[in-house]
Design a protein around this ligand. Structure first.
Ligand SMILES: Cc1ncc(COP(=O)(O)O)c(C=O)c1O
Length: 399
């Protein structure tokens, strides 16, 4: 291995959401989606050079920023886009907001597939729009796959929801946070065709796309046909795969010039279309120089998942783990413990000193308990957190 993901570097006292909002310093945080790995050396070098120059005035991303992303998408994912189809955005959530606002008037509806990334909910509702849930179906794992269960889409339900005249937008997490699915070409074709049939515009959040575990492949929704390309936007960023979320830099890919200009207009109203120089320089360096770092990261994450699975199966009765194809976020069914997820997450934080995200914030089904666990941390820390959960579970059983 050329890169070191095993050494723990403390992030405490760096104004970091993951580590610095904790109630006490003993808590091990495996919650918010960023990684406890330092950025790739080439990115650090780029940023160092930028800092040494000493000027931080208004920045203008060079044309090479868009070309860099277009090259990455073509090389890594076989998806050819025109650099001119890219809009800049200060991170993905404001980009989703701009798209919701562009396509939906207050009272109109956005379809999402629950359980799903928690920020989708307020991003839609804060604009006076309604959510139409197309819940994912929990199913047994496919033969030979790892994990205890996985998810599939409910196409019949989607057809019903998409036929609602108030449904204007379908917002998909591709790959899916927190279900861990890397959606297949067939699944994406089916959802795309259903939405197009009913005039529902496609919005594909592909922020986790580069985090494919060995054996999985990312399929960009817009790449599947000219019709999908013209009736969709894709949200992209280097922030998850290269751990750059604090630099707040993302892209909206939209092929149709008229739609792109409407979205840009919304962005300008809200002032979310400017990038900071650290963000675009870091992202360009990631795409141009750090592919080997990513190629080592993904197998490391997979090994963490395997270690997690083995530990849970051998030592923590009652927990079931979803198959993980992409992302570093694993979805754990703790329903057998009979404690609602927010209460369970609170008790785990207080008693076991481990912080996970409660399934309730992602819209877990009523009467179930799920936890989302962030595996992107040195393996020793992940195992230490699991030992704490094991002791917690034993103590709960004794009561
Ligand atoms: C699916 C998904 N979309 C968007 C975001 C947030 O992106 P940003 O920080 O660029 O707003 C996250 C962060 O975890 C995410 O998981």
């Amino acid at each position: 291995m050329k890169y070191d993901f095993d050494t723990f570097v403390s992030r405490r006292g760096t104004d970091c959401v993951k580590w610095d909002v904790l109630a006490d310093n003993d808590i091990l945080p495996l919650w918010v989606a960023d990684m406890d790995f330092r950025s790739a050396p080439a990115i650090l070098e780029t940023l160092r050079r930028r800092v040494e120059h000493g000027f931080f005035g208004y920045a203008l991303p060079p044309a090479a920023w868009r070309e860099s992303l277009a090259h990455w998408l073509a090389r890594r994912h076989g998806w050819k886009i025109a650099p001119s189809s890219i809009l800049d955005s200060v991170s993905v959530i404001p980009a989703i907001s701009a798209v919701v606002r562009t396509f939906c008037k207050p009272g109109e509806k956005v379809i999402i597939q629950t359980p799903v990334y928690n920020a989708f909910f307020p991003t839609i509702r804060n604009q006076g729009c309604e959510i139409l849930e197309n819940p994912l179906r929990c199913i047994p794992v496919h033969p030979g796959a790892k994990g205890d269960f996985t998810y599939e889409m409910d196409f019949e339900d989607l057809e019903r929801k998409a036929s609602d005249p108030a449904a204007k937008l379908f917002l998909i997490s591709n790959p899916h946070n927190p279900a861990g699915r890397a959606w297949s070409e067939e699944e994406l074709r089916t959802v795309g065709e259903i939405c197009l049939r009913h005039g529902v515009f496609l919005a594909s959040d592909e922020i986790h796309a580069d985090l494919q575990l060995p054996g999985s492949r990312h399929v960009p929704l817009a790449s599947l046909s000219d019709a999908f390309r013209d009736a969709s936007v894709t949200f992209w960023s280097a922030s998850k795969a290269f751990n750059l979320a604090g630099l707040q830099t993302a892209a909206i890919i939209c092929a149709d010039p008229a739609i792109r200009s409407r979205i840009h207009h919304t962005q300008v109203i809200h002032g979310t279309e400017h990038l900071n120089p650290f963000g675009f320089l870091a992202a360009m360096t990631a795409w141009e120089q750090c592919e080997d770092w990513l190629d080592e990261l993904c197998p490391y994450l997979c090994d963490n998942y395997d270690a997690f699975l083995e530990f849970v199966h051998e030592r923590i009765p009652g927990l079931r783990v979803a198959t993980l194809e992409a992302t570093y976020l694993t979805w754990v069914d703790a329903s057998a413990w009979g404690i609602p997820s927010e209460e369970l997450a609170r008790r785990l934080e207080e008693k076991a000193k481990v912080k996970f995200s409660p399934g309730a914030i992602y819209g877990e089904p009523k009467g179930t308990t799920f936890l989302r666990v962030n595996l992107a941390t040195p393996r020793s820390l992940l195992l230490a957190a699991l030992e704490r959960v094991e002791r917690f579970a034993e103590a709960e059983r004794r009561q």
